[in-house]
Design a protein around this ligand. Structure first.
Ligand SMILES: C[S@@+](CC[C@H](N)C(=O)[O-])C[C@H]1O[C@@H](n2cnc3c(N)ncnc32)[C@H](O)[C@@H]1O
Length: 284
């Protein structure tokens, strides 16, 4: 029996037929917390639904509801509220052999990016130098440190709250020798790195809307024999090439050559809109 049917069974007679039909099909588990998305019409019943959900999962300590979007430069959750259980939004979420510690009410953690978080690490070759330009709490840096033989990962994060968890996550996963955390705006921070003579085999530009205004500075990290850039955006499926065209235009104006190596659709992001990643080989 699926999650929705289990909820329905327990809530029969307590919710109207219309409300029962609107119950969610799925949920996100982060550590010992479950996050639900509820239809607007069910919000008045959130305490009851939360209580029943908690009974269904004895190992779970809290149920939260996500009633907003992920917003702003820092990509923060707009509104996550407690439905039932302990009010403790600090989680330790284990994924791909990595522990991510963070506060679910302040920091996003996308279920749909699960495969991408693991996939990037599989591309990394022994001894690579990596710059994770929008590192967050270490979404990509941590699995790369765990699953590849990268030599060094420079992880740049602007939001002090995310940076605090990035530091903690480096510590609890024992990656102090591999990951160098940097708190600041990546526009300035990548320039500081390249001026210090640091060039990268791989540059991860994992944020959207597509971080077009950061390309020029990130290009200064390109190695003499070329570097791979992972560049993200949200586009219509058939228009994924526009991400490459935008990147290429800026790179050409800076006298770099670009070759589109591959692309993938990470997750759906609305009607015919997809969170997309392109992999570009850039050389002088
Ligand atoms: C949320 S992550 C996205 C990670 C990954 N794409 C994912 O979805 O799992 C993007 C991070 O970039 C950070 N950020 C935004 N602008 C920045 C800037 N100018 N310099 C450094 N970090 C920045 C945000 O604070 C956020 O933590």
């Amino acid at each position: 029996m699926g999650f929705k049917d289990k909820l329905k069974e327990r809530l029969k007679g307590k919710l109207s037929e219309e409300e029962l039909a609107l119950l969610p099909r799925g949920f996100q588990t982060l550590g010992k917390v479950i996050i639900l998305k509820l239809n607007q019409k069910l919000l008045a019943q959130k305490d009851l639904i939360g209580k029943v959900c908690l009974e269904l999962f004895p190992k779970i300590k809290s149920i939260y509801v996500n009633v907003g979007k992920i917003v702003g430069t820092f990509r923060e959750p707009e509104k996550i509220e407690l439905m039932a259980g302990e009010d403790n939004p600090l989680v330790e979420h284990k994924e791909h052999d990595v522990i991510y510690r963070f506060d679910i009410t302040k920091i996003m953690f996308s279920k749909g990016n699960l495969n991408e978080r693991r996939f990037l690490a599989t591309l990394v070759k022994k001894g690579e130098i990596i710059v994770d330009v929008f590192a967050g709490i270490g979404y990509f840096s941590l699995p790369i440190a765990r699953h590849s033989a990268a030599e060094r990962i420079y992880s740049i994060e602007l939001n002090p709250e995310s940076y605090r968890f990035l530091i903690e996550n480096i510590k609890i996963n024992h990656f102090k020798d591999i990951i160098i955390p940097i708190n600041g705006d990546c526009k300035q921070e990548v320039l500081k790195l390249s001026k210090a003579g640091i060039k990268a085999d791989r540059i991860i530009m994992g944020v959207f809307p597509a971080p077009k205004e950061y390309i020029k500075e990130a290009l200064t990290l390109t190695k003499d024999n070329g570097s791979i850039f992972h560049y993200e955006g949200v586009v219509e499926k058939e228009k994924y090439i526009t991400l490459f065209e935008d990147f290429n235009e800026i790179a050409e104006s800076e006298y770099y050559k670009c070759e589109l190596k591959s692309y993938r659709f990470v997750k759906s992001y609305g009607p015919n809109l997809f969170h997309t990643v392109i992999d570009i080989f850039v050389s002088k």
